[in-house]
Design a protein around this ligand. Structure first.
Ligand code: CA
Length: 661
């Protein structure tokens, strides 16, 4: 396996001054603050590359910390949080989806969830709460003599016996159910009741209302500062797990208005509501850092800044907003009105350079910001491209703090303490995410390579069941190399098999009752580079592909063209045997869950001729394209030499078959 070097901003000689071992001051182990942001994407912040969002406190922190560019989390909240708390892979702890707010089910061996004959594979059922017998990171620190506290979102169990107080946290400030902020609003009153019925209409927990309109993350900041001040003389472990930037999509109005006046960077971030959400989170991060400075304990405190999954690139699309706005009684009506006024129809954020976001096994769903600060121990302002995973925090923090790993608790993570303190090499770990539902599967990152193994076919979203990407050349995961590199696929597939063996996880398996239905399997060896033929088949001819109709409505679908409209299509094509015909382009934009019954199509003509024709089609896409269909004449079929989709700015997305053999 390949070793990753740590790129240091500091000269190497400066490292000699840094302590390589933990616990530099005898008798005073370092405090730990694990500051976890909800749903913060890879480029959501100034230091992470945004020209629109404002995160001055996070940016300043980066100058004092080591920042990681290859840090991974699970694509969803509960699995990611369980992995952080246990140091275990999802396939071991068994929480595979965001189920931490659902009614608990009895604990037992992992099982498959019910399937129908339409399901090609049997999928592992997700657990709904943290293993009661697991030794959490908080328990490990508590047993080592630390004071422990959890504040904010938990999402690892609905009922009281699964709350953080039962998992090693002496002080807690949280509520349930908790996929989002208490009472589904960021602003007080939250209406949380200490003795409510979990799963009932009311929220339960120990978050109390503040003054009307108080923002919950401001309150978390205040509670955390109070806790830190009270415990400044003893080592403490604090989970400060913010509610931003998860839905509901509401934020302080004056901050939204300030962002609305800003110039948006074209092709970059443009959402004033999301900008305001990030800003409030950043403000409170800054308050905590200031408190550490004022108390004089910043040097004795390891601060981890992390996100639980990638940025949300799917919520608040046109249909969701329409639904929320149509009914004034809808709980999302008020904030959607503000969202629509200031942000229009757009998704919360964009993970620039990465494909997709939260909930997806593409990089946008699982590659996240991570920084770690410990003055005098971790080189300030340093950058590492080591591959690290959320399960690594558990052994890393224990090692940094000079604490032993607990007995009778299996840890899958690998400590990257030496990456932090010695800076001489990265880890060569293989990073795996397991999320089998909704067209997910298993992703494995190894060196420059990434394999995604799916268990459900979704031809409009991805090609086949196996995708292979070289992230060094193709960070945006646009070119599936699986058909071209079967040996590499086999090599990485073996790592997936090993992963399930080592973790004892229940791997998906073929469904014996599966009856192949209407979904056409992608011909993986066809030279289409991700074009998905429906009601047609593709053959290779000399310097082109031939699309032969097999139904009334033949088309090539693609999810690879994600461009801001309007889009221009350039097609070099001719009718099969020189016949004329009418083709059509149809599109779906981000936020649309299906192709509209009417509209969003534009026709083009293919003349009667055996020579190649250059056809240009103006495609008036409003917003950002998500899925495109290139319908070919049903009677004649179409020979295609090249296809090029181009937005007003930027590089076109192209297929050139003239060079294929
Ligand atoms: Ca999350």
């Amino acid at each position: 396996m390949r070793l990753y070097c740590v790129l240091l901003v500091l000269p190497i000689c400066a490292l000699a001054c840094l302590s390589a071992t933990a616990n530099a001051e005898p008798g005073r182990p370092p405090n730990i603050i694990l500051f976890l942001v909800d749903d913060m994407g890879w480029t959501d912040g100034g230091i992470f590359g945004s020209e629109y969002y404002e995160t001055p406190n996070i940016d300043a922190f980066a100058e004092q910390a080591m920042r990681f560019t290859n840090a991974y989390a699970h694509p969803l909240c509960s699995p990611s949080r369980a992995s952080i708390m246990t140091g275990q892979e999802e396939s071991r702890h068994g929480i595979l989806s965001a189920h931490g707010h659902q009614e608990p089910e009895p604990w037992g061996p992992q099982v498959y969830q019910p399937a129908t004959p339409k399901d090609e594979y049997l999928l592992t059922k997700s657990r709904r709460y943290l293993d009661p017998d697991a030794t959490t990171l908080a328990e490990a620190f508590r047993d080592a003599g630390y004071r422990t506290a959890h504040m904010g979102k938990w999402h690892l169990g609905l009922t009281q016996e699964h709350w953080p107080g039962q998992h090693g946290f002496e002080v807690t400030f949280h509520s349930a159910p908790d996929p989002g902020p208490p009472g589904s609003t960021y602003f007080s009153p939250h209406g949380v009741h200490p003795d409510g019925k979990p799963g009932g209409a009311r929220r339960v927990g120990n978050i109390v209302d503040g003054p009307k309109g108080e923002h919950i993350d401001d309150r978390l900041g205040t509670e955390a500062i109070k806790y830190i001040t009270e415990h400044q003389d003893e080592p403490f472990y604090l989970n400060l797990w913010m509610y931003d930037c998860h839905g509901p999509w509401e934020a302080k109005l004056d901050v939204i208005q300030k962002f609305a006046e800003k110039e948006s960077h074209r092709d970059g971030h443009t959402n004033p509501v999301y900008g305001a959400m990030l800003k409030t989170m950043d403000d409170n991060f800054g308050r905590i850092m200031t408190a550490l400075d004022e108390l004089g304990i910043a040097d004795d405190t390891i601060v981890v800044f992390f996100s639980d999954n990638g940025g949300n690139t799917h919520s608040m699309g046109a249909s969701e907003q329409k639904r929320n706005l149509a009914n004034p009684k809808h709980r999302a009506h008020a904030y959607t009105k503000i969202y629509n006024k200031y942000a229009g129809i757009q998704h919360p954020t964009r993970n620039l350079g990465l494909r997709d976001g939260k909930g997806s096994l593409y990089e946008g769903g699982e590659r996240v910001p991570l920084m770690v600060r410990w003055p005098e121990h971790i080189p300030a302002g340093s950058l590492s491209d080591a591959i690290v995973n959320n399960i690594d925090l558990y052994p890393t923090l224990l090692e940094l703090a000079g604490q032993a790993e607990p007995d009778n608790h299996v840890i899958d993570g690998k400590s990257f303490a030496r990456v932090l303190t010695e800076g001489i090499e990265g880890t060569s770990r293989t990073s795996v995410s397991y999320f089998p539902y909704h067209g997910g599967g298993v992703s494995v990152r190894d060196g420059d390579w990434k394999l995604i193994q799916r268990y459900t076919r979704k031809p409009d979203s991805y090609e086949g069941l196996v995708e292979l990407f070289n992230l060094k050349d193709d960070l945006g995961e646009s070119r599936n190399l699986a058909a071209e590199m079967p040996e590499k696929v086999a090599e990485l597939s073996k790592l997936i098999d090993m992963h399930f063996q080592q973790t004892g996880g229940l791997a998906p398996k073929p469904n014996p009752d599966y009856q192949p239905g209407t979904v056409t399997p992608t011909k993986s060896r066809s030279p289409t580079h991700g074009l998905v033929p429906r009601q047609c088949r593709i053959e290779s001819i000399d310097g082109a592909i031939r699309v032969i109709a097999e139904g009334k409505n033949p088309f090539l679908g693609t999810a690879q063209v994600k461009l801001e409209g309007p889009i221009t299509l350039h097609l070099q094509a001719r009718g099969v045997n020189g016949e004329s015909g009418t083709g059509r382009v149809q599109w779906r934009t981000q936020g649309q869950t299906e192709f509209p019954a009417t509209g969003q199509t534009v026709d083009f003509e293919v003349s009667a001729s055996t020579t190649w024709q250059d056809i240009t089609v103006q495609v008036p896409v409003e917003g950002r394209s998500q899925l495109l269909r290139l319908h070919v004449p049903a009677s004649a079929g179409l020979d295609i030499r090249s296809i090029s989709w181009k937005a007003r700015d930027g590089k076109p997305v192209e297929w050139d078959f003239s060079t294929d053999q």
